[in-house]
Design a protein around this ligand. Structure first.
Ligand code: AMP
Ligand code: GLY
Length: 423
């Protein structure tokens, strides 16, 4: 099978690494890719957002499956255009991708399907939203409706902060994403992520993970795309997972199918485990980054077979993806300055030495400069290890970090702390 993989982060390196292990793979192409992905794929140049160019490439290279890694092209309707041309795609069409593209869309769907989630209201102007704040206590959660690279959520502790957040959003703090907002009740509990493959109708659970969104140790400082993750998340035990499937994921998939806009791809549910049970915080229409890296580390099945079956609506023929009972942890090495403006160009060495100990180093923001590997983004490397216990996985990941030379980088030393304290 010839496969085209779109994306350039650690998530896509993990997908490329796993796809390359499939006996069914003939040739893997990737765009825009990165030096890690290049170890498994031919890097090709397809302009970002160029749907016609993507289709032309697929026609010329007899592509039999397109895997779309990030959310932006999905929300932009790339999957629709590829499917119209007859190409199987792993990733939802534009309408179903609204689950991530519009927070209000997801909240309305939850209301329609009776899915447990925080009480909410949608607003299109500050004049309407400011009085609306009174319907909620404190803290209150204010969200830009559209895609804001994970940054469009403000948890306001005071009425003044809430007013400021609402006004800021309508003043364009998050660009177009904030032209509409959602105000939500604050939920108390612990967060966890749950993944499922969906082929329109059939849903197969793809495991759990927990990530660390704050840049600093002890979960302090600014929000990031994620500084580290581990899988499984033991807090999502079998009973809770059953509830998540029955009360959240299945009704979502059924509602979208009933509307004539079925979901296809991986559905990533961000959950709050509250005293009254799991509630949906948000959906993403792709694998998490860096959650994907730990899931791929544990996946024992053929990823290509799973993705092709998803794209072709054949998941009912398969069992749930088999994941190792071991734990995996990934620690993000970021460039100094992240999540603000990262210092790019910092030299990276020692990856071979780190991998010689059994860890896997996924490239996120790297590039090659005259044969030297350098940092080219905020999150640079994902140092990932498997172990019989979470502690063993943690020890493996941090031992590998010791071998990596990246003077301009930093990482959190406490990934997994909550779970490690519990165990
Ligand atoms: P989101 O982009 O919707 O996942 O929100 C980013 C983060 O904000 C989440 O991971 C939570 O930590 C927090 N958050 C979002 N909505 C709520 C809520 N209703 N109650 C408490 N925390 C929330
Ligand atoms: N790590 C969180 C996300 O991918 O959205």
């Amino acid at each position: 099978m010839n496969v085209l993989l779109l994306g350039s982060g650690g998530r896509e390196h993990a997908l490329a690494w796993k796809l390359a292990q499939s006996p069914n793979l003939t040739k893997l192409f990737a765009s825009p890719g990165n030096p890690g992905i290049a170890e498994h794929a031919e890097i090709v140049e397809i302009k970002d957002g160029d749907h016609r160019g993507t289709i032309d490439f697929c026609l010329k290279n007899s592509i039999e499956l397109v895997v779309i890694g990030p959310e932006a092209p999905l929300v932009d309707g790339l999957a629709d255009n590829l499917r119209t041309m007859g190409f199987p795609v792993f990733g939802p069409d534009k309408e179903a991708a609204q689950l991530e593209g519009s927070k209000g869309f997801t909240k309305d769907l939850c209301a329609e399907a009776g899915i447990p989630t925080a009480r909410y209201a949608r607003f299109t102007s500050a004049e309407a939203a400011l009085p609306g704040l009174k319907e909620f206590g404190l803290p209150v959660v204010i969200k830009a409706d559209g895609l804001a690279a994970g940054k469009g959520v403000i948890i306001a502790e005071t009425a003044e902060a809430a007013t400021e957040a609402v006004e800021g959003m309508f003043d364009g703090d998050f660009g177009k994403a904030g032209a509409e907002i959602v105000i939500e009740e604050f939920l108390e509990g612990e967060e966890a992520s749950f993944f499922a493959l969906v082929d329109g109708e059939t849903v197969l659970p793809f495991g759990s993970a927990q990530d660390h969104k704050r840049v600093g140790e002890g979960d302090t400082g600014l929000n990031t795309g994620g500084m580290g993750a581990y899988s499984p998340a033991p807090i999502l035990d079998d009973a809770t997972t059953k509830r998540v499937m029955a009360e959240i994921v299945q009704p979502t998939v059924e509602t979208l199918a009933r509307r004539g806009t079925p979901y296809n791809g991986v559905l990533f549910a961000g959950l709050m485990l509250t005293e009254s049970g799991p509630q949906l915080i948000e959906y993403n229409v792709r694998f998490g980054d860096p959650e994907c890296q730990v899931l791929m580390m544990r996946l024992e099945d053929d990823l290509l077979a799973l993705m092709a079956a998803t794209a072709e609506g054949r998941l009912a023929e398969l069992g749930a993806p088999k994941l190792a009972s071991q734990s995996a942890m990934t620690v993000v090495m970021a460039a100094k300055g992240y999540p603000g403006t990262p210092e790019t160009g910092g030299k990276i060495g020692g990856i071979d030495k780190a991998e010689a100990q059994g860890a896997k180093i996924f490239h996120a923001g790297t590039s090659e400069d005259d044969g030297q590997l350098v940092a080219s983004g905020g999150r640079v490397l994902n140092v990932t290890a498997l172990g019989d216990t979470l502690q063993a996985a943690r020890d493996g990941a941090y031992a590998a970090i010791e071998k990596i030379d990246f003077a301009d980088g930093f990482f959190r030393g406490d990934i997994g702390w909550r779970e490690l304290e519990r165990s």
